[in-house]
Write a protein of this length. Sequence first.
Length: 113
Amino acid sequence: MHATPTYLEIGSKDPAASAAFFKSVFDWSFTPMGTECGWFQTPTLKTGLHTNGATPQIFVYFSVPDLTAAIEQVRASGGQADEPGPDEPGFGRFCNCRDPGGVAFGLHLAPAA
């Protein structure tokens, strides 16, 4: 399976400060979704910003053409995969995973065009 980073998620304890910081540093436009989250549009991909008890980090999601098959491959290779989330309009479907050593990453199935 070939995969490229297609979506990033920024976890922040202070989303307003993080939104201002990344907008200033990278000149990304920001779309708020309530007071606790939103998303940036970078030149190549969307990047979510949320708090919800988030660990401060940047979480990488990799594009896959078949989410079910990718989840099966992660599990067959000794990793762990959560159940995928519902289709999020404009974003697609996501699944959080961990390699055998606990390294966290995600799988992303882009929305149908």
